[in-house]
Design a protein around this ligand. Structure first.
Ligand code: NDP
Length: 348
């Protein structure tokens, strides 16, 4: 499906971490970006986007939209051939997961795609899903060939009360495929990133990737890190993948975006290697039983500890390399650049 670069591109959740880099990529190509955001009067939250637009050949136009308000993306979508739907709450410590995470993910996807069905100009939707829609917990790798997850797999273990965020991503992506399959005008291309790392274009924003990486340098894990293995990927590679998925006529289906797989200890090692002993990064793994006992005080569920600590996992990223042409940058660079931003802002 050919997408015209002279048409505006809608990016939902434009104020977000990943979306910021997607918007930058589009603006740098001279494209007009339609940016629906929750609160138009909050100029601070979009100041970095204004700056990106000023320094690029593209333009940005703002709209006020909320995932939970029906038809609220209609105005922003008019005239767009490409919709990049990134907005979805990435919150790991919500008090009411149904209301704060699951509903906005599912109802938001339904609302956005209902409008896609109504706005005739739309030809393609790129959806930011996650590897969380592919697997639920590290232990799931034991029932997978070689412990390697690929795009043919779905998370079958997370539920609305156990792994709520992963559940929200799974049901939202499934719903997107269901809605897409009911029609023929627009196609759906899905990006499934693993844990996204690297500098933010809004250095004042707080988001899950940043909370995680801050823990690496603020002393929280100094006495020992949980032995958790995660896929990790540079935010700049993820944003490129979204834009390629939007304009490459042949792009099709799901795409795992994951540069390398590391433990938290290894990620801490990248910081130590670059910055020496200046920061209290973890230097050893904490025993699983200790993390299990301390879990409530660390803000993690004991269930998570049981199902994720000590399991090795990996991802097959070959489709993103072959079909989207992604050349992964080293995760070490993403970690170091991210951490440097914290140093510059006095956060560590
Ligand atoms: P952010 O928290 O930075 O971005 C989330 C975006 O969703 C924000 O722009 C937020 O708007 C918007 N949003 C949340 N709720 C609503 C709502 N009710 N109405 C409108 N907009 C809403 O996180 P990320 O950039 O990390 O996440 C972006 C996407 O990438 C999400 O879909 C996430 O699941 C996915 N993802 C992230 C990964 C990661 O490691 N970071 C890994 C894999 C997938 P506002 O700014 O107003 O809060």
């Amino acid at each position: 499906m050919k997408i015209n670069t002279s048409c505006p591109v809608l990016v939902t959740g434009a104020t977000g971490y990943i979306a910021g880099w997607v918007v930058k990529n589009l603006l740098d190509k001279g494209i007009t970006v339609h940016a629906p955001i929750r609160n138009l009067s909050n100029k601070e939250k979009r100041a970095h986007l204004d700056e990106l637009a000023e320094n690029s050949s593209g333009q940005i136009k703002y709209f006020e939209s909320d995932l939970l308000i029906e038809n609220s993306y209609e105005e922003a979508m008019k005239g767009c051939e490409l919709v990049i739907h990134t907005a979805s709450p990435f919150v790991m410590d919500s008090k009411d997961p149904q209301k704060e995470v699951i509903d906005p993910a599912l109802i938001g996807t339904q609302n956005v795609l209902k409008t896609v069905n109504e706005v005739e100009s739309v030809k393609r939707v790129v959806l930011t899903s996650s590897v969380a829609a592919i697997y639920g917990n590290g232990v799931d790798a034991q029932s997978v060939d070689g412990g390697i997850f690929n795009e043919s797999m779905w998370n079958t273990t997370s539920t609305a009360t156990d792994g709520e965020y992963s559940y929200s991503k799974t049901i939202a992506e499934k719903e997107a495929w269901r809605i897409n399959e009911e029609q023929k005008r627009w196609d759906l291309v899905v990006i499934n990133p693993s844990f996204v790392l690297g500098p933010s274009l809004n250095s004042d924003a707080m988001f899950e990737s940043k909370k995680f990486m801050l823990q690496m340098g603020n002393g929280d894990l100094k006495s020992g890190a949980p032995d958790v293995t995660m896929g990790m990927v540079d935010v700049r590679d993820v944003s490129k993948a979204h834009v390629i998925a939007g304009f490459n006529e042949k792009a099709k289906g799901r795409h795992i975006l994951s540069g390398e797989t590391h433990t938290l200890l290894e990620a801490g090692g990248f910081i130590k290697e670059k910055f020496g002993d200046k920061y209290p990064v973890p230097t050893r793994n904490a025993p699983k039983f200790l993390i299990w006992i301390l879990a409530p005080f660390l803000g993690i569920k004991r269930n998570f500890v049981s199902k994720n600590i000590g399991y090795k996992i990996d991802f097959d990223n070959s489709k993103s390399i072959k079909e989207l042409g992604i050349k992964y940058s080293p995760v070490k660079k993403a970690v170091v650049d991210f951490f440097q931003q914290f140093i510059d802002k006095g956060l560590v």
